[in-house]
Design a protein around this ligand. Sequence first.
Ligand code: HEC
Ligand code: HEC
Length: 254
Amino acid sequence: MRLAYILCIAALCPAQDVTPVADHSGDAETGRWTFRIFCAPCHGIRADGGRGPDLTLGTYSAGDRDEDLARVISRGVPGTEMAAYAGRVSDEEIRRLVAYIRSVAHTSDNTSIRGDIAAGETIFWNKGGCGQCHRTGTKGSSIGPDLTRVGRQRSLAYLRASLLQPDADVTPGYATVTVVTRDGKKIVGVERNFDNFSAQFVDLSGKYYSFEREDVISMKREPRSLMPSTYGQVLNETEVNDLLAFLSSLRGGR
Ligand code: HEC
Ligand code: HEC
C-alpha cells in the first residue's frame, strides 16, 4: 500500500511541473501563495505593507518595470531586511510574485498621507524631540534607529504604529536592555549587542555600556521600546499627519 502511494506521487510530481510556459493566466494566483509564505510577514498578507513597504502603490523605489521588481526580489536590498530570494525561490516563482504584486497594485494614490512635510520636519526637530534619539542624514542622534530611509523601508501603517504605540513592533536590534550591577545599580538602555555572555547598550543620554554576564547580578533584554509612548497625547491629529508626511518623505536623499 505505502509503496504504491509513494510511486504514485513520484509519477505525478514531474507531470505537475511541466505547466506550459506560455500560459500565464494563473501566475498572479500562484504568486499570491508564494507571497503569503515568504513575503507577508513583512509586506502584509495583502501586500499593503507592515514592517516592509506597501507594495500596492503601483510605484517603487526599485523602478517600475517588471524587471526592476524581479531584480529587487532576486537580489534583495543589501544592508536592509529585504533579503535576496534568488537561491530560495525559482526565477519562475519570482515572475509569478511580480505578477501578483502587479495584480494588487492600484494607481490611485488614496493611501498617501495628507500632511505638511515642512511642518512635520519642524515638529520632528522641535516639539517632538525626535532628533534626541533619531538621525536623518547627518543630523540628530543615533540612540534609536536611523530614519534616513524610513519612508522607503516602512509602510505608512507601520510608521503610524511606531509613533503612537512604540511597543507594538519593536525594531529588530533595538530592544530594551536592563542590567543590575554588583553594587545594586540598575542601568537601562537600547540594545547594541546582546548574547548569553555579554550586553552592550546605549542609555538615553547616549552613554555606551558594555558588561560581561559574570560581572553583574542580572542582565535581560525585553521586546519593549524606550521611545516615549505619549506622542498620541502630546501631538494632535494634524501634527501626527504632518509628522507622518515628513517620515514618508525620508527616502535616503537627505
Ligand atoms: C524581513 C522582512 C521582509 C521580507 C520577508 C520581504 N521583504 Fe521585501 N522589503 C523589505 C524592506 C524593509 C524593503 C525596503 C528596502 C529598502 O530600504 O529599500 C523591501 C523592499 C521590497 C521591494 C522593493 C519596493 C520598492 O519600492 O522598491 C519589493 C518589490 C519587495 N520588497 C518584495 C518582496 C517579496 C516579493 C518578498 C517575498 C519573496 C519580500 N519582499 C520579502 C522587507 C522584507
Ligand atoms: C528617547 C528616545 C526616542 C525618542 C525621543 C523618539 N524615539 Fe523613535 N524610537 C526610539 C527607539 C529606541 C526605537 C526602536 C524601538 C522601537 O521600535 O520602538 C524607535 C523607533 C522608531 C521608529 C521605527 C523605526 C523603524 O525603522 O522600525 C520610528 C518611525 C520612530 N521611532 C519615530 C520617532 C519619531 C517621529 C519621534 C518623535 C515624535 C521619535 N521616534 C522619538 C527612541 C526614541
